[in-house]
Write a protein that binds this ligand. Structure first.
Ligand code: ADP
Ligand code: MG
Ligand code: MG
Length: 908
């Protein structure tokens, strides 16, 4: 192995490392070093680099001991000198902790051993020196247990197994009739150590190692091994942390929070991680060590007096009892508290971010053991970024980069009440199709939704999958649950548009329409039973879980304004109704990027008219139906154009595969037969004739308009007349007419001519005119490759990346949710390409299409209107390739605005 520095020491205000060396020293090690440098009291120690972990995985234990030997020895000597103790000494022992610490924190994934260096002789020395035998033996029993669990691999492998040490501890406490560890006396602790060692012998067939050096090497290697446990691997996969990063190992002098009533250990946050408020808070325990606070073995106490009083109120503890049994650190150890509160401010200022701290008080003296940037909720993230900006702690760009776009979602939809959620049971999981929280009674049939709503019930619509017939039910429901369909299924797309909570593709649930039952995790739910959905996680809960509306404060607005200051792209919305348009404008949409006209037909009587048009057997029949549709469409457009006055609205002409519209159930077939005055058999036949084996690749989009020009004529008329009507009222509409599913320039050309001829005709009729554009939706690979030809006639491009992904991958959007999930699990796909734009493939087509398009028309306006328009990584890609805008569902607009700003800042 090459000759290089593998160990970095720290202690007594000096350190060889610093924060910026996180990659080499891990987060914990780098910050331990940094705290030394800025005068925060930290027990001395050293960090073995992450590179050694990688070497260990390659060369194995012996080679590593060999190459580290001298440096470790020197590191220990450094600790000994600074602490004035000796490792392994029976009179004046030096004990250390051996702690893992990767580049990014992997909470609870990896291991730590405390009190290392103890054995039967050393423990006596520690007892004598501290004049506190109980403390010495308490430390020893903790060490033997941790060593057994971590180094000797006796930790339970699954959650049903019992830790052999816990079993012994429980037994001895029971025999003695005490509840808490702190009530155990010296003799009990000695007995524990003895029994623990016996358990080790039985389990491992080896003696517990008495030699401190053997203990040390064992623990170091165990930390390296903990990088490769199944749970650590799984965590890395989930969080996309590379295998080769490795963990560092920190060896550090012990300080003792378990030395008696004047000692304590705790954790603290420099601000409130849930709300973002600038309130120092945390928990501690007297006479305790390490993880005792978080392990839940005793009720932790609050650090500040204010926090303690608030806690007591919530817990129903009287002030008298609080003071006596649960005093704050501020009251119990005023001078340590004072120092802690000064240093928390210092650390937050130094790192310019909220810190999550670990500390120990040993006999009245305060020590810090860890500091790191604290995790926080979406709401806290926004508040802290804006507060810190206003406090002058960070600049505008940093504030923008501090907020994870995805987390904004949490702020925009109803959320579960925290307390209610903590006791809720997850029954199954589906895809997080549309965020938010919803709770209601199960119904299975959309046409029954109204009756339930009239009775004042909150309902959840549960379907195997949804179709346009379900629109009304979806609209009335609090949330939607489907067993089939992916992130771009009908249910998912429509729900997102509505800003309505939806969990789709929950494959493990069983729905029986006949019996009207839903079965999850073995439990049968009937119509009217309560369930709750979390559309942000895909979780389905048993029963009623209370929800609350989100509050969008001034901080959110400030952050959005700031985003617009830096972003180069603007954000439009996908909206099909005036209501959606209003919401979208509120969220800052600069226009509509996709208005799907067929979605406008979904409600009530409208669907009848479009069905009539589809089912008509000749031109005359179609025209009759189209005449019915014209006023409906015109009115819809007027509504939308009005909401979006002075902003462009891209209207896509009719696109759906026809089978989505025709009635499949005999009741609705009968209804249509009556409506059209023909026999039900005729309807059945027509439905059969329209059936396509690959409707997604069938007669849809501009193909419809080219086969039946009268449809395009009617739609153009509705659009242009709506705009002219508004013009009379002094309202400016800016329509952009979009021809869908173009694969060949001539397909576009033919449609464009129909549009322009129709518009001219109306201008003449009305003796008035408006400006409008005609462009195309780019969603067929062939169109992107021939984009220069297409752009020679089209005035704008809008990449429909849902279909483009479907056609580029040859993956059906509606049938492959389960397959994609499996592919992601197997690592074949990095992400679901319908959620995160595939930059390598589909993205390339977008880039090529944009370039070739602009080569033919340099002012070509280009945007993206697929689901990707609201996904942060995809938005950043769109910025990179120079698109003018992205368009997404209303509730994703803030995410897109922030992502666009971040993309611009990151590119600087
Ligand atoms: P994790 O990464 O799981 O938080 P840590 O290495 O931070 O693990 O350690 C676990 C617990 O032990 C923490 O509460 C930490 O403060 C405590 N601890 C670690 N090293 C020492 C030490 N040298 N002296 C006292 N307590 C320690
Ligand atoms: Mg820790
Ligand atoms: Mg499409």
């Amino acid at each position: 192995m090459e000759n290089k520095k593998r160990i970095y020491t720290f202690g007594n205000g000096k350190a060889e490392g610093k924060t910026e060396m996180k990659n080499l020293l891990g987060g914990k090690g780098a910050n331990l070093a940094e705290m030394n440098l800025i005068g925060v009291p930290v027990p001395p120690g050293f960090t073995i680099t992450t590179e050694v972990c990688t070497e260990y995985n390659k060369y194995g234990r012996d080679a590593i001991v060999n190459v580290l030997y001298d440096e470790v020895k020197a590191g220990i000597e450094n600790i000994e000198n600074l602490m004035n103790t000796k490792f392994g000494s029976e009179e004046n022992p030096c004990l250390v902790s051996v702690r893992s610490g990767a580049r990014v924190s992997m909470p609870g994934m990896m291991d730590t051993v405390l009190n290392l260096g103890l054995n039967d002789k050393v423990v006596e020395g520690l007892a004598k020196k501290s004049n506190n035998p109980r403390f010495a033996w308490d430390s020893y029993r903790r060490f033997v247990q941790m060593y057994g669990d971590v180094v000797l691999d006796m930790k339970p492998k699954n959650k049903d197994d019992i830790d052999p040490f816990e079993e012994i501890l429980e037994r001895i406490k029971e025999e003695k009739g005490v509840k808490e560890d702190t009530e155990l006396e010296l003799e009990d602790l000695k007995k524990l150590v003895k029994e623990f060692k016996k358990a080790i012998k039985e389990n491992t067939k080896k003696e517990f190692p008495e030699c401190p050096w053997e203990q040390l090497w064992g623990a170091v290697m165990a930390v390296f091994d903990s990088w490769n446990t199944d749970r650590a691997k799984y965590y890395r996969q989930m969080n996309k942390i590379p295998e080769e990063w490795g963990t560092a190992v920190n060896v550090q002098a012990m300080v003792y929070g378990n030395m008696g009533q004047n000692s304590a250990t705790g954790v603290a946050f420099t601000r409130d991680a849930a709300t973002g408020e600038d309130i120092f808070n945390g928990e501690y325990l007297i006479n305790a060590q390490g993880e005792d606070v978080v392990a839940g073995i005793r009720t932790p106490q609050q650090i500040t007096l204010e926090g303690s009083k608030r806690w007591a109120k919530l817990a129903g503890v009287s002030e008298e009892e609080r003071k006596k049994n649960f005093p704050s650190l501020e009251e119990a150890m005023p001078s340590a508290y004072k120092e802690l509160s000064d240093l928390e401010t210092k650390l937050e200022n130094h790192y310019s971010d909220m810190q999550d701290l670990e500390f120990t008080v040993q006999d009245g003296k305060l020590w810090f053991l860890q500091t790191r940037v604290g995790k926080r909720t979406g709401a806290a993230m926004v508040k802290m970024a804006v507060d810190m900006l206003e406090e002058g702690m960070i600049d505008e760009k940093t504030a923008l980069l501090r907020v994870e776009p995805k987390k904004l979602d949490e702020l925009l939809h109803p959320v579960f009440e925290k307390k209610a959620l903590s006791s809720a049971k997850v029954m199954a999981k589906g895809l997080p199709a549309s965020p938010g929280a919803a709770t209601g009674k199960i119904i299975f049939f959309s046409d029954e939704a109204e009756a339930w709503k009239e009775d004042g019930e909150d309902i959840i619509l549960v379907r195997i999958e949804t179709s346009p017939e379900d629109l009304k039910g979806m609209n009335l429901a609090e949330g939607i649950l489907t067993a089939r369909g992916g992130m771009t299924s009908h249910a998912a797309v429509v729900a997102r548009g509505m800003g309505k909570c939806c969990v789709s593709g929950a494959g493990e649930i069983k729905i029986d329409y006949k019996k009207r039952t839903l079965t999850m995790d073995g439990k049968v739910y009937r119509q009217g039973d309560w369930i709750s959905l979390n559309g942000s996680t895909g979780e389905i809960y048993n029963g009623k879980v209370a929800t609350v509306d989100p509050e969008l404060g001034g901080d959110f607005e400030k952050l959005m304004k700031l985003s617009d200051k830096y972003s180069k792209m603007y954000v439009r919305t996908n909206a099909d109704t005036p209501e959606d348009s209003r919401v979208a404008r509120k969220f800052g949409a600069k226009g509509i990027g996709l208005c799907r006209t067929e979605h406008m037909f979904f409600g009530g009587d409208k669907i009848k008219a479009i069905r009539e048009m589809i089912l008509a057997s000749d031109l005359e029949g179609r025209k009759k139906a189209l005449d019915k549709l014209l006023p409906i469409q015109r009115q819809d457009f007027e509504g939308i154009f009005k909401e979006m006055h002075d902003l462009p609205v891209t209207v896509r002409l009719l696109d759906p595969p026809l089978h989505e519209f025709v009635p499949h159930e005999s009741a609705s077939q009968k209804e249509m037969a009556d409506e059209m005055g023909i026999s039900i058999q005729e309807i059945e036949l027509k439905v059969k004739l329209l059936k396509e084996f690959n409707p997604m690749l069938g007669t849809r989009g501009c193909r419809l308009g080219n086969l039946y020009p009268e449809i395009t004529q009617m739609q153009t008329r509705a659009i242009i007349e709506a705009a002219l009507n508004l013009k009379k009222q002094g309202i400016k509409a800016i329509p952009e007419i979009m021809i869908p599913l173009v694969g060949e320039m001539k397909e576009f050309k033919m449609q464009e001519e129909i549009v322009r001829d129709t518009a001219e005709l109306i201008f003449k009729e009305r003796n008035d005119k408006i400006d409008y554009l005609v462009g195309t939706m780019m969603e067929i690979p062939r169109a992107t490759l021939t984009a220069d030809k297409v752009a020679s006639v089209a005035e704008f491009f809008s990449f429909g990346t849902n279909d483009l992904t479907q056609m580029t991958y040859g993956l059906s959007r509606d049938d492959t949710a389960a397959l994609i999930e499996e592919y992601v699990k197997k690592g074949i796909y990095k992400n679901d390409p319908f959620q995160v734009l595939d930059q390598d493939g589909v993205g390339q087509l977008v880039e090529i299409g944009t370039k070739r398009g602009r080569s033919a028309r340099n002012n070509l306006k280009v945007g993206v209107c697929g689901e990707h328009g609201g996904e942060p990584e995809s938005v950043k890609f769109c910025h990179k390739i120079g698109l003018d805008y992205v368009s997404c569902s209303p509730f994703r607009i803030p995410i897109a605005r922030l992502s666009a700003a971040q993309a611009a800042i990151e590119q600087e």
